[in-house]
Design a protein around this ligand. Structure first.
Ligand SMILES: Nc1ncnc2c1ncn2[C@@H]1O[C@H](COP(=O)(O)OP(=O)(O)OP(=O)(O)O)[C@@H](O)[C@H]1O
Length: 238
């Protein structure tokens, strides 16, 4: 997946805000990329453009061999449903549904039948095989986030987008969620794009992309938390 010269402006005229300004970045299949930057640097806009939730004002977003620009709303909705998995800070599970029904919701919304074997594999992969029939309120925050990851994986998406997935978790549960994101990349070959404020979380990625004022301000491969924190400190310098 890649973004090619992507710009995004909100509003128009003198109230226009340029949230992204000519961003080019590539995310090879089977890799884990973290996006970091100061508040307001464009991280959420970046993730939303990559995931087809937001349309760039200029530039191209390419997922596999599909270009997202020029697609109708219906096409984008189907593409998000079938080819992109989402994990949010607030889990976004449905309280009235069991774990299994939350996980299979994207499949059922697509009008497809649920493959029980695949469901069992996905629940086992996130360590929740025993929690199958529970409701979200009966689970810890970390377990709920792992249900959300299972839901993101169930359609075997081309891209998993995670927006601050550890933001609401204590450090131990956060670590387990990051272990799981690492595992789905290393063992299932998934492609993960994660926005985070936390250098320790970003250090679990293969590459960190830094944003400042809507532009790519650098990349770090095989990052350590210390080097990430150091780069973040100097991001405002120019
Ligand atoms: N819907 C919108 N309408 C107008 N301006 C917006 C909108 N969404 C974002 N912006 C502006 O675009 C810029 C980038 O915002 P964005 O939310 O992408 O940054 P961020 O790096 O994710 O910030 P944070 O870390 O605080 O979540 C900011 O100046 C923001 O105010």
């Amino acid at each position: 997946m890649r973004l090619d010269g992507v710009s995004k402006e909100y509003g128009s005229g003198k109230n226009a805000v340029r949230a992204l300004d000519g961003v080019t970045a590539g995310f090879p299949r089977g890799t884990f990329t973290a996006v970091m930057g100061p508040s307001g640097s464009g991280k959420s806009t970046f993730l939303h453009c990559a995931a087809g939730l937001d349309r760039p004002t200029a530039g191209r977003v390419v997922l596999g061999d599909t270009e997202l620009s020029g697609r109708s709303e219906t096409e984008l909705t189907e593409l998000r449903r079938d080819r992109i998995g989402f994990v949010f800070q607030a889990y976004n599970l449905l309280g009235a549904l069991t774990v299994a029904d939350n996980v299979t919701l994207p499949v059922r919304l697509a009008g497809k039948s649920v493959d029980r074997g695949h469901l069992d594999t996905v629940l086992a992969a996130v360590g929740l095989a025993e929690q199958h029939d529970r409701r979200p309120s009966q689970l810890s925050g970390g377990q709920q986030q792992r249900v959300a990851i299972a839901r993101a994986l169930v359609t075997r998406p081309d891209l998993v987008c995670a927006d601050e997935p550890t933001g609401a978790l204590d450090s131990r549960s956060g670590r387990q969620v990051l272990d799981l994101l690492r595992k789905i990349v290393d063992e299932l070959g998934q492609t993960v794009l994660m926005v985070t404020h936390d250098p320790v979380a970003a250090a679990r990625a293969d590459t960190v992309v830094f944003l400042a004022d809507g532009r790519v301000a650098g990349e770090l491969d095989r990052p350590s938390a210390e080097r990430i924190a150091e780069r973040m400190t100097h991001l405002g310098d120019s």
